[in-house]
Design a binder for this molecule. Structure first.
Ligand code: ZN
Length: 459
């Protein structure tokens, strides 16, 4: 990173064109940022009461909290739009891809993680969760590789130590070559939490534990992982109720519906956030809400794989924290958080009607809701005491011409790129470019890695 990314002593982000704050917080005059935090919200037409050293004129910018992505598989950026699975649903899609993914190297994962995080950052995302569950021989230190990339880019991330332990020979979906022993998984999980998990406000790297799904992990490993997460006080993540195939698998394998299964392995609690959460019945939604669980709603992936439409409004009304995730790049195939907000808004309207969800509520899912899903209270909204994580969009492009409500415009007109992004008081994107990252070089290396991964697979 260059010297341009050094935080200023105190900055007044002055008079934004529009700013998204919680109800009752007037920051139309802007924000004062010091030591990486928001120290004052300035009311319309006022000047700050706090001393400041620098002013940034935000009158061209719509300012939102930094977007928080709750579900991804960064490695999948290497297998986007792959012909054999372009039009497949989840189970055949996975079976088509597992063998290809098994060839992943540390260098592949480093490049894929950089690409995914860079895409996210440019779309206004400041904190991202990744669900990495592939540890073929040679990639034992995959999460360590990812930690380095996160630190290099200056973003925040919840990196999950994913796992698969139920191979085909034991009735699972993944090939035997992609699964690991439970002892290895649990020992590595504990090692990673000890080595990297930061606690408290302002954390940049956090570790969570994430068995992949009911159809790729043993019941024992689910239970032991929950016990370990409890002992280490870290969060739990998995895929649940994504497809009817998965529901059928749970009935046949365990004799249980998905939420009963979750409960049976000690996962039904507020430590847990679930990717997708589509096929729940009314009673299950009530149980998840009462437990304080969270759901990462991934609308693009759910449409791409034709998995179904999550019952987002009902989940939230029942007390479930609803966040937004882009999901892995083999089923989206983009890592663009502001576009995901737009799709969440539209798919939920398709289910519940146009008046059921405003652009602001969809944005709240991608910020406050997502932050809560990751167990964070220091990010996700623009108010005093929170981390200075923010995304700033301009309305200078053709697509915004003629728009009236600036905040609605960034979502309805389809903003796809932030002009500026700040993480913890430091500018990470300026003039639509990531500070200190050579994108053309990254594309060259990453696309070569993608070609090589495929060539090794078909050789
Ligand atoms: Zn996923």
């Amino acid at each position: 990173m260059s010297a341009a990314s050094t935080p200023a002593a105190a900055l007044w982000l002055k008079n934004p064109l529009a700013i998204h704050t919680p109800a009752g917080v007037d920051a139309r005059g802007g924000l004062v940022i010091r030591d990486g935090r928001i120290v004052e919200t300035v009311t319309a037409g006022a000047t700050p009461a706090t001393p400041y050293d620098e002013v940034y004129d935000a009158s061209r910018h719509v300012v939102t909290p930094g977007l928080v992505n709750t579900h991804h598989h960064f490695y999948q950026t290497l297998t986007r739009a792959w012909t054999p699975v372009v039009s497949a649903e989840l189970f055949p899609w996975l079976k088509g891809l597992y063998g290809l993914w098994a060839g992943l190297t540390p260098r592949d994962l480093e490049l894929a993680t950089t690409v995914a995080l860079a895409e996210l950052l440019l779309s206004g995302c400041t904190t991202a969760a990744d669900h990495h569950y592939l540890f073929p021989t040679g990639l034992d230190e995959g999460i360590d590789v990812q930690v380095d990339v996160v630190r290099r880019l200056g973003m925040r991330a919840t990196l999950t130590r994913g796992s698969m332990s139920l191979g085909e020979k034991d009735g699972g979906l993944p090939p035997q070559s992609t699964v690991q022993d439970a002892d290895v998984i649990l020992a590595d999980s504990a090692r990673l939490v000890d080595a990297y998990h930061e606690r408290g406000d302002g954390a940049f790297v956090q570790i969570a534990l994430a068995p992949c799904s009911p159809f790729s992990v043993t019941t024992d490993l689910m239970r032991e992982t929950a016990e370990l997460a409890d002992r280490l006080d870290v969060r739990l993540h998995t895929h649940l109720a994504e497809t009817i195939d998965e529901e059928d698998f749970c009935r046949e394998m365990f004799g249980l519906r998905t939420v009963d299964y979750l409960d049976s392995v000690g996962w039904l609690g507020d430590r847990t956030w679930l990717a997708h959460g589509i096929h729940f019945d009314d009673a299950e939604i009530a149980r998840l809400g009462a437990a304080g669980a969270s759901v990462a709603h991934c609308p693009m992936s759910n449409m791409r794989l034709a998995s179904g439409i999550a019952r987002g409004i009902e989940l939230e009304d029942a007390g479930v924290n609803v966040g937004i995730g882009v999901d892995g790049s083999a089923s989206n195939d983009a890592s663009n958080m502001i576009q995901e907000v737009r799709q969440a808004l539209y798919i939920q309207r398709l289910r519940y009607g146009a008046a059921s969800i405003t652009p602001e509520r969809a944005l709240d899912w991608a910020t406050q809701g997502s932050a809560r899903a990751l167990g964070r209270t220091d990010i996700g909204s623009l108010e005093v005491g929170k981390q200075a994580d923010l995304a700033m969009f301009t309305l200078d492009e053709l697509r915004f011409s003629g728009s009236h409500d600036p905040l609605a415009a960034i979502i309805l007109c389809g903003a796809d790129r932030a002009d500026r992004v700040m993480v913890g008081g430091t500018w990470r994107v300026t003039d639509g470019a990531i500070v200190g990252l050579d994108i053309p070089q990254l594309i060259a290396h990453h696309s070569e890695a993608a070609r090589s991964l495929l060539a090794r697979h078909t050789a």
